[in-house]
Design a protein around this ligand. Structure first.
Ligand code: AMP
Length: 187
């Protein structure tokens, strides 16, 4: 396969964003973080941002019909042609099914799924100590985000069946970076 179409899956705090940055540098393909896209919309006060802010502050999901066209538009841009790194999408089965269809429509090669695994207790600790200034990084909202991950997003892994590579996301920085690169090579 010549395209590197990566999908980083895993709960909040699993380190998807950090590892995506590493992959951007290593492979020169763009990171598509739907959380970052939404935070930029909130900061700019656009209609999308106004709609998304309350949902994000509660730890809920922005509706599929809002998210799917945003990702399709982004994937259609020329910089995604050699590959891309999805970080935070798909988060529901409906998003995963829509993504499959759009990749076919856009004539793209199959996704390679990396599933980050980190114990729950470590996730909460990491998020509360990461100090990124996010309004959704408080204990109440993180609890909700972890619940939503389990009920809405974990089933997406089943959607991909056996087709993903598991990555041990424990620890920080260099050790897991090496695991991620090995996982990409093996994907
Ligand atoms: P993240 O930065 O990926 O943790 O996303 C932060 C918040 O943005 C999430 O808690 C959701 O409220 C919203 N969000 C990000 N990506 C999606 C998505 N694919 N579908 C629905 N909501 C999303």
């Amino acid at each position: 396969m010549s395209e590197l179409n990566l999908n980083l899956m895993g709960p909040p705090g699993a380190g998807k964003g950090t590892q995506a940055q590493l992959l951007v540098e290593r492979f020169g393909i763009p990171q598509i973080s739907t959380g970052d896209i939404l935070r930029e919309a909130v900061a700019s006060g656009s209609p999308l941002g106004v709609q998304a802010k309350a949902i994000m502050d509660r730890g809920d999901l922005v509706p599929d019909e809002v998210m799917i066209p945003i990702v399709e538009e982004r994937l259609s841009r020329p910089d995604c042609q050699p590959g891309f790194i999805l970080d935070g999408f798909p988060r529901t089965r409906a998003q995963a099914e829509a993504l499959d269809r759009m990749l076919v429509r856009l004539g793209r090669e199959a996704l390679r799924v990396l599933a980050f695994e980190v114990p729950d207790a470590e996730l909460m600790k990491r998020i509360l100590s990461r100090g990124e200034g996010r309004t959704d990084d408080n204990e109440e909202t993180v609890t909700k985000r972890l619940d939503v991950y389990r009920s809405e997003t974990a089933p997406v892994l089943e959607h991909y069946g056996w087709g993903g590579v598991k990555v041990d996301g424990t620890g920080s920085g260099a050790p897991s970076a090496a695991r991620v690169l090995a996982a990409v090579e093996g994907s």
